[in-house]
Design a protein around this ligand. Sequence first.
Ligand code: NAI
Ligand code: MG
Length: 356
Amino acid sequence: MKRLKIALIPGDGIGKEVLQEGVKVLKTIDKIDNNLFFEFEEFPWGCDYYVKNGKMMDDNGLEQLKDFDAIYLGAVGHPSVPDHVSLWDLLLKIRKGFDQYVNLREITLLNQSLTPLKDKSEEDIDFLVIRENSEGEYAGVGEWMNKGTPEEVVLQTSVFSRKGTERIIRYAFEEARRQKKSLTSISKGNALNYSMVFWDQVFNEISQEYPDVKTYSYLVDAASMYFIKEPERFEIVVTTNLFGDILTDLGAAITGGLGLAAGANINPERQFPPMFEPIHGSAPDIAGKGIANPLAAIWSVAQMMEYFHEGNWKDYIIESIRVLLKEGRYLTRDLGGKSLTTETGDRLIEILTQMV
Ligand code: NAI
Ligand code: MG
């Protein structure tokens, strides 16, 4: 029997609303599967916490989280707290503190009606983006000189270490080999004449160790065009922190929008807990109305099951989402329906329960 401790961080806005639905799915799995048992502990961290306590999470927050098997996060962000504070002091603190250097984002179209791309179907849009998640453009290194003067200069430095670059690229090659798929590196070696020349060099070096993996290498601008015009080119993609952030929102847009897109933050050595989250934010424009789409948060649960080596549950959850989309009767507004968050979640659980 597997006893798994899950730390819940609902966060702000719709984060709280969608996480509740994901927890319902976890409880359903717990009930059906005699081998799986989940224990939950909730942490009230986020912007409300900041307004009351002057910080996004407890000072020893990472210490409190480190013995959990997984962290399940809703979303953080509220107009009362600057976005760079809420992001850096909670989400990025966890990603960096727990060395979750792999970010996995599945770009999978589950129903043709959800893509704005003409003539593209489920077979054309089905790939995995592996985003570097610990350094690169989001290393937080820089300088702000002569602030407020005409001589003001701001530097934002990207950091690409050999260790950091090799490990993400090697992870991607291993994944491509395991899945017997091609691997595409997305970079920008023509303009970023240090960092991306280095990235391309490391990609080439490591590719020598994987002669069985077919590789492609694109500039990020061309790749953005291919995401739209020929998404069928991609199977496994590896890219940097910034490019991955932007490209996966584009990936979300061609597969049904932010209401469906999930991301896993993983430390592959499993020295620290992983974190699973919908990639959308706290959506202040619709928060509190009960109309947020819970499917991204539920997809995160599928990714969590894969991490726990419970691939069957992952498949069941994704198939249940596929059925729900096909039925079309219990969709939230962002997908053209009228259902509330809880109604969509409840229907998903009915489908899942019938399927297993
Ligand atoms: P957002 O993702 O919160 O919202 C963008 C648009 O998508 C909004 O119109 C929203 O209503 C819609 N949307 C997002 N998720 C949805 C869902 N599940 N169902 C239906 N509609 C959905 O991004 P935005 O507005 O740029 O940021 C709002 C706040 O969230 C900011 O404070 C930002 O810093 C934070 N944020 C947090 C993230 C995180 O916690 N991982 C990620 C992105 C933003
Ligand atoms: Mg993002």
